[in-house]
Design a protein around this ligand. Structure first.
Ligand code: UD1
Length: 424
């Protein structure tokens, strides 16, 4: 497997263009199943998660073609509502096609996503919404079978504002008979982008991006075009990198109004922020970083996907920080690897107590999940000496051209491709 080699100690300086948001693109690709007619999606990042979703769609009879940074997707002729376990098990977001598939075909069978590194991640809320709309749900041999003679709009209250459940239910409701209201919906900007995309195809959705989403069902939706919003998590990662290396980094092509929590937390550790336009901002790293407490929450709270990268910064801040992870139950897998680099972090239940140290030391470390991989790379940027980050397939799921973008900012980073194993 490939590895990332990082020589620490260089401040990052410069500008970086953010890619299209992985989480928006994945949901929108699932939403393409609803459309009768070709759909052109622009600004779709080159990521392995996108390849997996493309492969899942192809098993349904959907055509998916790459044209530069665009995908052309056509789901006019779907002939299968049961994607295979081997593909679906690679990525939880595959489950997001359940709602649109049932809406299009009246039935779908999807293997349960099962556990993953960062927690058990159930799908009860997805299914609760579909049942409210008249679906029959049977779980048999690890697969969810959903059938609906007719989807009927209904009020759905989510016990927790799950991103995936909100998206799944919203997509199913697009072709339901009548009005669906999702209360306590997730408010992430990627959900608003999905709704904007669907409305462009002829759906009738209002309120996406707030905690109440109203979907008035339509008979069918067509093809169309959409450009995916910028990735606020990727942008946040580069801003943190700029702050912790005492550099100056401008991120471009991302909605700054979706980044309030991360920008506030960067200011709390002593960084300065300048908002340069609605789609770009610059971080100025402080001479020394101050400790601060952090709690992950659904949007507009601090995103769980930036918890690990932010902790890398707190590991070298002055003082003690408390990091509370409230979204996922087991998202501190990076801590063991941080400790190998000299970080002082203690886990107590769903909290991590981070005692900042003057410097980290480079080491061989392994990625444990996508965001942990980015966090370890950031730690390597400020560590003394060399860091070698393994299991890069985690990073490739969600960061397009990560090493190239860091190099552009002045980091001493390169990727080593693993030599193929030879027999004998
Ligand atoms: C999405 C994002 C992921 C992000 C997460 C939280 C995508 C492709 N992924 O994941 O990057 O970290 O939102 O912002 O968009 N839950 C239930 N029952 C359910 C569904 C979820 O209990 O039916 C729980 C989960 O176990 C978890 C919490 O809700 O503890 C949040 O999960 P959810 O918002 O659904 O995350 P995903 O949509 O999987």
């Amino acid at each position: 497997m490939d590895s990332l080699h990082i020589r620490g100690g260089r401040p990052l300086n410069g500008q970086v263009m953010v890619s299209g948001a992985k989480n928006a693109a994945l949901a929108i690709m699932a939403g393409c199943v609803l459309g009768e007619g070709p759909i052109r999606l622009q600004r779709v990042p080159f990521l392995t998660d996108i390849e997996v979703m493309s492969a899942v769609l192809r098993t349904l009879g959907v055509t998916v073609a790459r044209q530069g940074d665009s995908l052309v997707i056509d789901a006019t002729h779907i002939d299968n509502g049961a994607p295979p376990y081997e593909l679906v098990s690679k990525m939880r977001a595959s489950f997001f096609i359940l709602g649109p598939l049932v809406a299009r075909l009246g039935k779908a069978s999807i293997p349960l996503p099962g556990g993953c590194a960062i927690g058990s991640r159930p799908v009860d809320l997805h299914l609760k919404g579909l049942k409210a709309m008249g679906c029959e749900v049977v779980i048999d041999h690890g697969t969810v079978h959903v059938t609906a003679e007719k989807l009927v709009g209904a009020p759905v209250y989510l016990d927790y504002p799950s991103v995936g459940a909100t998206e799944n239910i919203m997509m199913a409701a697009v072709l339901a008979d009548g009005r669906t209201t999702i209360e306590n919906a997730a408010q992430e900007p990627e959900i608003a982008d999905l709704a904007k995309f669907l409305n462009g195809l002829g759906a009738k959705i209002t309120g996406a991006g707030t905690d109440t989403i109203i979907i008035d069902g339509v008979k069918h939706v067509t093809g169309g075009e959409h450009s995916v919003i910028g990735d606020r998590i990727e942008a946040g990662t580069y801003l943190i990198a700029g702050a912790m290396t005492r550099g100056r980094v401008q991120v471009q092509g991302v909605p700054i109004d979706a980044m309030g929590a991360i920008l506030s937390k960067l200011q709390e550790v002593g960084a300065m922020i300048s908002i340069d336009s609605p789609e770009s901002c610059t971080v100025f790293g402080p001479d020394f970083l101050r400790a601060t407490d952090l709690r992950t929450l659904p949007f507009p709270g601090f995103p769980t996907d930036l918890q690990a990268p932010f902790m890398a910064m707190l590991a070298v801040a002055r003082g003690t920080s408390m990091v509370a992870e409230t979204v996922f139950e087991n998202r501190f897998l990076h801590v063991d690897e941080f400790q190998r680099m000299g970080a002082q972090v203690r886990i107590e239940g769903h909290c991590a107590v981070v005692q900042g140290v003057p410097a980290l030391t480079g080491a061989h470390v392994q990625s444990t999940d996508l965001r942990a991989a980015a966090a370890l790379a950031l730690a390597g940027l400020v560590a003394q000496g060399d860091t070698v980050l393994g299991k890069l397939h985690h990073l490739d799921r969600g960061y397009e051209n990560f090493d190239g973008k860091l190099r552009q900012l002045g980091a001493d980073v390169h990727r080593l491709e693993a030599a193929p194993l030879t027999a004998g």
